[in-house]
Write a protein that binds this ligand. Structure first.
Ligand code: PFF
Length: 455
């Protein structure tokens, strides 16, 4: 055991910590979910609620997860067990591992579409397409059956290859190289979209707040999105922070990651909505927004074919770096709790994910092979997405809030989060107050409303 602890890898600097953690947060959530949900739920009003969720729920839970990981230097199951051994808390870690699987089942499928679209953009498949062709192309992709599965396999092979290289040589090196590139590419797309005629309508749509649009489903969705966005509730941040440097300012990292991630979402929205409005498309198009609208509008604008490659390349980067953090959760668990070698742990997990992920790949559209099969009234694809975003993530977050807020010894919590007193204690006090009294109450209220107990 001692041996394992000594050999344990970690990130090498504060910058590496920042880029890896941001790499986890930035993903399909920013480029796929965030724009289509903002589009469906009314633009600015949704954004406002989303910001509040990040501050009052997301940030405190992220710090709670950082505490669990960095103080124990363990995987998500081991972390709970080390702090409170033998009281069953380890099972909540197992739930986190299962939550990762549910996300990966559908996330790897959507990532496969993104890789495929990058390939199509490079091959010039989108040149001169019409709305009907864009729709038909996306329909062909989601119905499959072979191409979504093949691209899902390519995605998992890529993620596995990086993870096998290890925490420093794999995760750290890739995120440090690709995250800055992602920023450059997204800004390039923004400049083009914002200089289109009529772009202002898209900007207005994003920032105009209409308070009458704030309803219970809007709040629930914004909360679910804030968890999904910041990679919370399923042990990702516990696992990554177990690789953080000892002197890292956890408050600083949490704030920088939350702000930068939100910035990327806004930049993605500012690349998409002005283009959508400028070409008279529908902002509330749903999950297909990215795949149908983007090729269509970008292919019609000057420099569009290059921008399309840039756009799907940056989307592939985002999806890949987020998946590194997801799959690292069960990998660390298998290595540390089950004694697997790293390579074997990665391969076994890739196979588990592909085994069930195929169900998502074959059910993303009602006319796909398994599109008509329903469990609890939902297709496999929708079920995996719903169960993870709306149930497991917020529930996992509630457990973190209760465990860190009420079970952990306050002095121990303070020592770790203030780096032994080096960080002002007022920050810590504010954090504890929110984590104990505000975060769990909000989570419970939203939960009750989601199951219809309160309206
Ligand atoms: N944050 C990622 C995104 O926005 O795409 C997705 C994600 C990663 C969710 C890791 C949950 C997680 F634990």
């Amino acid at each position: 055991m001692q041996d394992l602890q000594q050999k344990r890898e970690g990130f090498s600097s504060g910058l590496a910590v920042f880029f890896a953690t941001l790499g986890s947060a930035v993903g399909l959530g920013n480029i796929w979910k965030f724009p289509y949900l903002t589009g469906q739920f009314g633009g600015g009003a949704f954004l406002l609620i989303y910001f509040l969720c990040i501050i009052l729920v997301g940030l405190p839970i992220m710090l709670g997860e950082f505490y669990l990981g960095r103080s124990t230097r363990k995987n998500v199951v081991g972390a709970y067990e080390q702090i409170k051994p033998g009281q069953g808390w380890g099972y909540t870690g197992i739930m986190a591992v299962l939550g990762v699987y549910f996300i990966m089942f559908f996330y790897s499928c959507v990532a496969g579409w993104v890789y495929l679209y990058l390939f199509k953009a490079i091959s010039g498949d989108f040149a001169g397409i019409t709305a009907a062709v864009a729709k038909a192309q996306f329909g062909g992709v989601v119905v499959g059956p072979w191409s979504p599965i093949i691209w899902q396999v390519i995605v998992m092979a890529t993620v596995s290859a990086i993870l096998i290289m290890g925490v420093k040589q794999g995760i750290e090196r890739i995120t440090k190289t690709l995250m800055p590139l992602l920023f450059i590419l997204i800004i390039l797309c923004d400049i083009r979209a914002l200089t289109l005629p009529g772009a202002g309508a898209g900007v207005d749509f994003m920032f105009n707040v209409d308070f009458s649009k704030i309803t219970a489903p809007v709040i629930l969705t914004a909360l679910g999105l804030s968890f999904f966005k910041l990679s919370l509730g399923i042990g990702t941040m516990v696992t990554y922070s177990s690789y953080f440097t000892h002197d890292n300012n956890l408050f600083g990292t949490a704030a920088k990651v939350a702000v930068s991630d939100t910035l990327v979402s806004m930049l993605a929205g500012l690349a998409i909505f002005p283009a959508v409005f400028s070409f008279g498309m529908e902002p509330g198009a749903g999950p297909g927004l990215l795949f149908m609208t983007i090729p269509l509008v970008f292919s019609q604008m000057p420099l569009g074919s290059i921008l399309l490659i840039a756009f799907f390349f940056l989307s592939s980067i985002a999806a890949t770096t987020a998946m590194l953090s997801l799959v690292e959760v069960p990998v660390a668990y298998f290595v540390e709790e089950k004694g697997y070698g790293r390579k074997k742990a990665v391969m076994v997990n890739a196979l588990i994910i592909l085994g069930f992920g195929v169900l998502a790949a074959l059910s993303a559209d009602s006319s796909a092979l398994l599109g008509q099969v329903t469990v609890f009234g939902k297709s496999f694809f929708d079920l995996f997405d719903y169960l993870s975003s709306n149930v497991i993530l917020p529930l996992g977050g509630l457990i973190v809030a209760i465990f860190v807020g009420y079970v952990v010894k306050p002095a121990e919590l303070r020592r770790e989060l203030t780096n032994d007193g080096a960080i002002p204690v007022v920050l810590f006090d504010a954090f504890v107050f929110i984590l104990r009294y505000i975060t769990p109450v909000l989570l419970v209220l939203v939960f009750l409303s989601s199951i219809g107990v309160i309206k």
